[in-house]
Design a binder for this molecule. Structure first.
Ligand code: NDP
Ligand code: 2IT
Length: 449
């Protein structure tokens, strides 16, 4: 394992997020390698960490003032062992190869856990949609797709949304793909319901994460009813996490964006959530505006000089990090535990640092790892692909029931894999081993490709 990790680090020494994601999986699957030494001989770890294909391209576009802008576009086609490459596109200034490779790597195992036939990929751009007009976003998306279209397809690679890519962007990307390929196919997921989308896809990641949390609690004879919850982010995942928490009787009290967070000790109820949805999705405003509407709440701007994030330092029962990677460090994890938090379910991808994860496990926190807890989004993307292939639409109830079933089966797979390797209750080991085994078995069946 150490050899394989060193090999990965030596090949791309500056890709620290990718190394972090790889280390977590390698540590979890070490007992599998120990039991099956032929995997080391077959260099499975070296193969599984090497993307099948990496595409990088220039994305030139013109802004509203007539200035030419140049961004970078990427698509990492990580693994097609169990299906076409599948995973989101992220538009954010921080996007680089390391971040996209970590996301694509996690996606491979997450998609395997969903039980649906999807490989793993991820892509995006360092383009920042914030503050851009709709026409600028459209021109950018069209230029991005002018290159990406030749690499994707409904049976090859099916992108979707992620940070900075929601319904608006998927619409512009789909329109350009359709024009260039002269085909109306399910090449992207997260489409609008009137032209091939699936009901429940917008809700799926947040709902799924709460279903997963509920499963972890049920396994411990508890429920979400009455639980005080810390939620970070205020985008797609955070919004529908809050919606489902409210439905299950919990009390969410925080939301955030990259500039700061709000604390509403009376609880963010459905009326307040509707305001946040309008604010973020339609007006594209900032979470600080929440306190203008609800003066009982407190807004705290982000203070980069602090070694911890005060959002994670309030009395609560559960935490749902739903913004971005590494948003909970060791100090934050200590604060969570000291404030009584007993459950952490990751809506975001890799929001907890390795030190934070070790601290949760040492303190018996019920910890739902992102690749298990947030798999509901891509699972319903998989259901959108099925509906597109059948040229049929399922009802809300049908999709929601399938989502619930999938989250339940992911929970069971994690529990069983953790038990099989003598680490009961460890969802990190459980998720990584269950996802890994499925992908590795497929790779071995298909030979050296
Ligand atoms: P959105 O773009 O809808 O929302 C992202 C939210 O997180 C915004 O509130 C944003 O604030 C905040 N945020 C983004 N980057 C940072 C940062 N560097 N520091 C602090 N806050 C930040 O994205 P999603 O809700 O879709 O994604 C959130 C997380 O969930 C990501 O980790 C994503 O990979 C993961 N995820 C998403 C899935 C999906 O289906 N959409 C599926 C599974 C996981 P601001 O507005 O200021 O940028
Ligand atoms: O991280 C993720 O799982 C996503 N952004 C969703 C991917 C998808 O293909 O729906």
């Amino acid at each position: 394992m150490l050899d394989a990790l060193q090999y990965v680090k030596d090949r791309d020494p500056d890709q620290k997020e990718f190394h972090q994601a790889v280390l977590e999986v390698f540590e979890s699957v070490q007992p599998v390698i120990d039991r099956n030494p032929e995997l080391a001989k077959e260099r499975i770890l070296e193969r599984i960490t090497e993307p099948e294909r990496v595409i990088q391209f220039r994305v030139p576009w013109m802004d509203d003032s007539g200035q030419v802008q140049v961004n970078r576009g990427f698509r990492i086609e990580m693994s097609s062992a169990i299906g076409p490459y599948k995973g989101g596109l992220r538009f954010h200034p921080s996007v680089n190869l390391s971040i996209l490779k970590f996301l694509a790597f996690e996606q491979v195992f997450k998609n395997a856990l969903t039980t649906l036939p999807m490989g793993g990929g991820k892509g995006g751009s360092d383009f920042d949609p914030k503050g851009k007009s709709d026409s600028e976003v459209m021109r950018f998306c069209q230029s991005f797709m002018a290159e990406l279209y030749r690499h994707i397809g409904p049976n090859t690679d099916v992108p979707a949304g992620d940070i900075g890519v929601g319904g608006r962007e998927i619409g512009y990307l789909f329109g350009m793909y359709k024009k260039l390929s002269n085909e109306f196919t399910g090449v992207l997921t997260g489409k609008s319901i009137s032209w091939g989308g699936s009901l429940i896809r917008p809700e799926a990641t947040g709902y799924g994460c709460v279903y997963f949390a509920a499963e972890m609690l049920t396994a411990n004879n508890d429920t979400l009813d009455g639980k005080i919850c810390l939620v970070s982010g205020s985008g797609n995942v955070a919004q529908y996490t809050v919606e489902k928490l409210l439905e299950l009787g919990a009390k969410p009290i925080t939301l955030s964006d990259s500039a700061g967070y709000i604390l509403d000790e009376e609880g963010i109820d459905s009326e307040k959530l509707a305001f946040v949805m309008q604010l973020k999705n339609v007006r594209r405003g900032r979470i600080s505006e929440y306190i203008e509407k609800y003066p009982g709440a407190v807004y705290t701007p982000l203070d980069p000089s602090l070694e911890y994030n005060p959002l994670w330092n309030h009395k609560a029962d559960c935490a749902f990090p739903s913004a971005t990677e590494n948003e909970i460090n060791f100090k934050d994890a200590m604060n969570l535990v000291n404030n009584g938090v007993k459950l952490v379910a990751e809506g975001a991808n890799m929001p907890s640092t390795p030190e934070a994860i070790a601290y949760y496990l040492d303190n018996n926190i019920l910890f739902g790892l992102g690749k298990a807890a947030n798999a509901g989004g891509v699972a319903v993307s998989g259901l959108e692909m099925s509906q597109n292939s059948m040229r049929l639409n399922w009802t809300r109830e049908e999709v929601d029931n399938r989502l619930k079933q999938i989250m339940k089966s992911i929970h069971t797979a994690c529990v069983e894999a953790a038990e099989a390797y003598q680490q009961p209750g460890n969802y990190v080991v459980g998720a990584n081993i269950a996802g890994f085994m499925k992908v590795v078995n497929a790779m071995r069946d298909q030979g050296l490709v």
